[in-house]
Ligand binder design. Structure first.
Ligand code: PMP
Length: 290
């Protein structure tokens, strides 16, 4: 990803893609003092940009970092990056981290930095596979308990177990992993939230110990607009046998059908298709924004 043309916004200026570097003693490299975002632009407009910029600032604040850029400045920088790279449909990746001004666990003197890159990123999951539904393994690691980590921050440190779980799943021939929470309930995939359908109702785990995704909230709104009952509840794996459909939601994953999660099977049906269509219409400006 580093050896290509283009521009990356870094601490207030656009830098040539290959020169957007940090020093090896960057605190974030050693101690994961880094937070990030991921959003998509459709037809030149970044979907829910302000929500993403707000979450970036919030994640940083949870880690004790105050970003010197306002939500409006972050929004403007994201848009500037799209333009500079001549992109209309793209994935946008803001990241903020503690720099190399201080080394050691304590790093109050390490300054907050921010960078924003954008690139063309097609479907997160292979489109052909996703049509039938992707296959999820059950992750060997569980989401951390809320008193063991800042679980609502989109913080790099929380993704170590996601990468390990996704690698583990892919090595076993699966597309992604479903992660359980610390008590063994269904939580989310490694980079997307989970939804289930049973007898015309939509179910999703309560987002109390993992990221309450912007796409998750959008899909809940879209379902409510269609008078679909949405039930947020604790879901134990055994209950998966009772659901007919499953899908994932995320800014990168959008709405992705699931055909298997461990020993449980699902078939994409009308509700999953309808909500995927509604989401597609909304992000492309064919539905009034909620
Ligand atoms: N959970 C995890 C672990 C994620 O990485 C993401 C993607 N940011 C999500 C859920 C979905 O969040 P969003 O819809 O805001 O992209």
């Amino acid at each position: 990803y580093d050896d290509r043309d283009g521009f990356i916004w870094m601490d207030g200026e656009l830098k040539p893609w290959r020169d957007a570097n940090v020093h090896i003693l960057t605190h974030a490299m050693h101690y994961a003092s880094s937070v990030f975002e991921g959003q998509r632009a459709y037809n030149g407009k970044i979907f829910k940009l302000t929500e993403h910029s707000e979450r970036l600032r919030k994640s940083a604040e949870i880690l004790g970092m105050e970003l010197p850029w306002s939500v409006e400045e972050i929004n403007a920088a994201c848009e500037q990056v799209l333009k500079a790279n001549d992109l209309t449909d793209a994935y946008v990746r803001p990241v903020a981290w503690r720099g190399s001004e201080q080394m050691g666990v304590a790093a109050q003197g390490a300054k907050p930095h921010m960078a924003i890159a954008a690139w063309k990123w097609g479907k997160y999951f292979d489109a052909e596979k996703a049509e039938k539904g992707i296959r999820l393994d059950i992750a060997p690691y569980r989401r951390p308990a809320p008193h063991t980590a800042p679980v609502h921050a989109k913080a790099a440190g929380l993704y170590m177990i996601c990468t390990m779980s996704k690698h583990h799943a892919e090595a076993r021939g699966y597309d992604d992993a479903m992660m359980l929470d610390w008590e063994g309930r269904v939580a989310e995939a490694t980079g997307a939230n989970a939804f289930f359908v049973r007898e015309g109702k939509l179910y999703t785990p309560i987002a109390d110990i993992f990221l309450n995704g912007i796409t998750r909230r959008t899909v809940i709104d879209l379902a409510k607009k269609r008078d679909i009952e949405v039930i947020e509840k604790r879901i134990w794996p055994e209950e998966l046998a009772t659901f007919e459909e499953m899908f994932l939601t995320g800014s990168a994953a959008e709405v992705t059908f699931v055909s298997e999660a461990g020993p449980w099977n699902f078939t994409p049906g009308n509700m999953s298709r309808q909500l995927r269509q509604d989401y597609d219409d909304l992000v492309n400006g064919r539905l009034v924004n909620s």
